[in-house]
Write a protein that binds this ligand. Structure first.
Ligand SMILES: *Cc1c(COP(=O)(O)O)cnc(C)c1O
Length: 421
């Protein structure tokens, strides 16, 4: 489902050889495929065909404005989780009435900015937040559409750091208390309660948890309607996983997800929103890095790359797997080598893979981390005073740097040495 393929003996992004981009911007860098982004968005859009719907891209997965513009132009909405993301989406010319605001800790300032500049809805996550939003909206002389995020207490069967739908997680209100909380919200000025929101986690590779959660939302819809609430919109969140390891069985597709939505909530006549992030962005990007050294250890070979955990933290943070391919296509039948693949950062956590079998590579060769388009660049830092790596977007045979690498001076001169030192 992506556009990173070998052609004439080397890895291409659409119609551009990654080698050519490396020669222009220098390794390491992120490279995204516009066609892959567009295709993934369209797959979700088509999956909900026949139901009134909006696909709100969860922009925390990859929030470069070029990506937001690309998806916004296709008709995508955005799911934002901070005032910064809201501003970024608006800067990329996404209309406010296509932006939904999620997150457990929205501040008054964030609420005000979004109300002033236009918002589709707030997804509220607690009673205290509801009261603050009511006060802010009232003080601005307006009424804002809201859904309330419920926590369905469903096991998403994913990594514990990205599971969000169990009772022990900080997200949403317990679904058992929904009746009470909706009654409270209905009586607060400045809020127009229009729906229900749910998001149970990320990198789900099984549809059953979605089905369970959506069924609970459907039951709740009927219950709340019986209690006199007008429920016209269901935000069903994101979370559909991607195949990080090509050798494994493929996870369900957007159309399978869409089918579950249809079966579980299709009869309710509600407008449907979904918030996919990873599936749209993940396989639309690679991280390209150069081999600095091949080092012989006591009992293993280390492949030391110029990319590190500060550029792509998923392996260190979640124990995540990324397939790593040589940019130059290996000859058929070539014996694979086994490496511990590491970066230059001064901690052992800076390990991308252990005992990884892959085609042999040497100093100066380029490798590509697949599935690096989501939760890659957005989670990068300058740890070890390593400048943030550039991001490049390819469309057909053209490419552009969509975020340049800062110079060392730009990075260093952000610090201020006080005059009294
Ligand atoms: C992170 C998040 C998403 C997107 O999750 P993916 O796994 O990237 O699809 C959607 N909605 C909310 C509220 C989120 O926090």
């Amino acid at each position: 489902m992506d556009h990173f393929l070998y052609r004439d003996g080397e890895l291409y992004a659409e119609d551009v050889p990654l080698r050519e981009i490396a020669a222009t911007v220098g390794a390491p860098f992120y490279c995204y495929s516009a066609a892959t982004f567009t295709r993934h968005f369209q797959l979700f859009d088509e999956a909900l065909d026949g139901m009134e719907h909006l696909v709100c891209y969860a922009m925390k997965a990859n929030s470069n404005q070029a990506i937001l513009k690309l998806l916004g132009d296709q008709g995508a909405g955005m799911d934002v989780v901070s005032g910064g993301e809201y501003r970024r989406a608006r800067a990329a010319r996404v209309p406010g009435d296509r932006i939904v605001f999620s997150g457990v800790g929205k501040t008054e300032d964030e609420m005000r900015v979004a109300i002033e500049s236009g918002i589709r809805q707030f997804n509220i996550e607690s009673e205290p937040e509801m009261e603050v939003l009511s006060r802010v909206a009232t003080s601005m002389g307006t009424e804002v559409p809201v859904t309330i995020r419920v926590n369905p207490d469903v096991d998403a069967k994913t990594h514990e750091k990205i599971a969000t739908g169990k009772a022990e997680n900080k997200f949403g209100i317990p679904i058992s208390r929904a009746s009470e909380v909706y009654a409270l919200a209905a009586n607060l000025p400045g809020l127009k309660v229009i729906g229900i929101d749910v998001h149970i986690g990320s990198q789900l590779v099984d549809l059953d948890p979605f089905r369970l959660a959506f069924r609970k939302v459907a039951d709740l819809t009927e219950q709340l309607r019986a209690e006199g609430h007008e429920i016209t919109r269901l935000d069903l969140g994101g979370g559909l996983g991607i195949p990080y390891e090509r050798s494994n069985a493929d996870p369900p597709l957007p159309r399978d997800f869409g089918q579950v939505v249809r079966e579980e909530v299709g009869h309710l006549g509600c407008e449907i929103e979904i918030e996919p992030g990873r599936l749209i962005a993940g396989n639309a990007g690679v991280l390209v890095s150069e081999v600095i050294y091949v080092k012989q250890g006591e009992d293993r070979q280390f492949l030391i790359l110029d990319a590190a955990m500060n550029d792509l933290i998923r392996p260190a943070m979640y124990g995540a797997h990324h397939d790593i391919l040589p940019v130059k296509e290996p000859a058929p039948g070539e014996e694979p080598a086994t490496y511990d693949i590491v970066g230059p950062v001064c901690e052992s956590g800076d390990t991308f893979a252990k005992h990884r079998q892959m085609p042999a590579v040497g100093v100066g060769d380029l490798v590509a981390f697949r599935s690096a388009g989501a939760y890659g660049a957005v989670m990068a830092s300058e740890y070890n005073s390593r400048p943030m790596i550039p991001e490049v977007l390819v469309q057909g045979d053209q490419f552009a740097v969509i975020r340049p690498r800062p110079t060392f001076d730009e990075m260093i001169n952000r610090d201020i040495i006080p005059s009294w030192l």
